[in-house]
Design a protein around this ligand. Structure first.
Ligand code: SF4
Length: 344
């Protein structure tokens, strides 16, 4: 029989598991609170469980852990990147951004990615596997313990396409927002997708009003397909329909990300098409400067170009902001650190 991974389980699943192990049901709640509220990562830390009980729990399963391999702090801002090794040796990245009033953590959802976006380092070596629920949670809990702080915002924007690991990601959201656990506000969770429209529709039905962000980068199907192969399966029309549906069902405004690349997606034609797409929808556009990475070979975006593009969009009624690029000196964009370490 395979070993139980206790931090993969919901409160209900833990209670069921206790019954199977012939342990009183209420122990399930104690274990849940120990893992998700007190952030214990081994049974040795539990003061409310007897030695016999701990032995039984350890014999039948484990609290899955992740190991810190390296940590890089930016000299320019309060960004810290953690490189974690999972139990099977796979590497993932997690990024902490500290602001005066909040701590935001950007977590990975898969080891590698199969979506093949041309500008992204995470996909270059392909896809290895989905992260388990415990590995998603442990990124938040590890950093909370290690830095002795509370994470206020979680962004699923690291390595991987979160909606391609749908079941585990939904379970993660339910667990991290549990009142008797970490109790993160559901409104402080943001999921970023490359546009898996049918999964966006599924998410809209989950009664989980998280923030949804879609990587758009180009408003024309033909051009977008060249940099984001997923667009061949889900067209921009499909994505816009699902985005409208998501807003209608959850009441959460949907954001679109647009990395401005000189000579590629910054013309008047692109502005006009964006205006057409956004008409009548409760949408928001996040303009992002390109972080020059060797895989893409384009220069970083000039701040003046960003401002000018933004102003043109705002004039046409598109709610637009410029997102600051953080942690440039520590390989800030997702997957860069892991891909360099793997190359070594
Ligand atoms: S941008 Fe996101 S979806 Fe696209 S390849 Fe990178 S990790 Fe995957």
């Amino acid at each position: 029989m395979s070993k139980i991974i206790y931090n993969n389980l919901s409160r209900e699943d833990l209670a069921r598991q206790m019954q199977i192990l012939n342990i009183q049901k209420f122990r399930g709640n104690q274990i849940f609170e120990g893992i998700h509220n007190l952030l214990y990562n081994n049974f040795g830390s539990f003061t409310n469980l007897s030695k016999d009980l701990k032995d039984c729990l350890n014999k039948n399963g484990k609290i899955l852990q992740i190991e810190l391999l390296d940590k890089f702090s930016s000299k320019f801002d309060s960004t810290t990147k953690y490189l974690f090794e999972l139990e099977d040796g796979a590497l993932i990245e997690t990024v902490l951004m500290k602001y005066p009033n909040r701590n935001t953590l950007c977590i990975s959802s898969q080891v590698g990615c199969k979506m093949g976006c041309k500008f992204c380092a995470s996909t270059k070596a392909g896809y290895e596997r989905d992260l388990q629920v415990a590995e998603l949670l442990e990124q938040v809990y590890f950093v909370s313990r290690f830095e002795n702080l509370k994470i206020n915002n979680v962004v699923l924007m690291g390595i991987g396409e979160p909606l391609d690991n749908y079941e585990n990601v939904v379970k993660f959201i339910r667990l991290i927002t549990d009142e008797r656990g970490y109790n993160l506000s559901i409104r402080n969770i943001t999921l970023s997708t490359c546009g898996l429209a049918h999964k966006m529709d599924m998410l809209a039905e989950e009664n989980l009003p998280i923030n949804l962000t879609i990587s758009l980068h180009n408003p024309f199907d033909e051009e977008r397909s060249k940099i984001m192969p997923v667009n061949i399966k889900y067209s921009i029309d499909d994505i816009m329909k699902s985005a409208k549906n998501y807003f209608d069902k959850t009441g959460r405004r949907v954001s679109f990300e647009y990395t401005l690349i000189k000579g590629i997606n910054d013309s008047k034609r692109h502005i006009e098409e964006l205006e057409r797409l956004f008409k009548g929808g409760n949408f928001h556009l996040n303009l992002i400067p390109l972080n020059a990475i060797d895989e893409f070979g384009k220069p970083s975006t000039d701040y003046k170009d960003l401002e000018s593009f933004k102003n043109k969009l705002v004039k046409r009624g598109i709610n637009t902001t410029i997102r600051k690029s953080m942690g440039k000196d520590i390989e800030g964009a997702c997957g860069q650190l892991r891909s360099q370490r793997n190359k070594k």
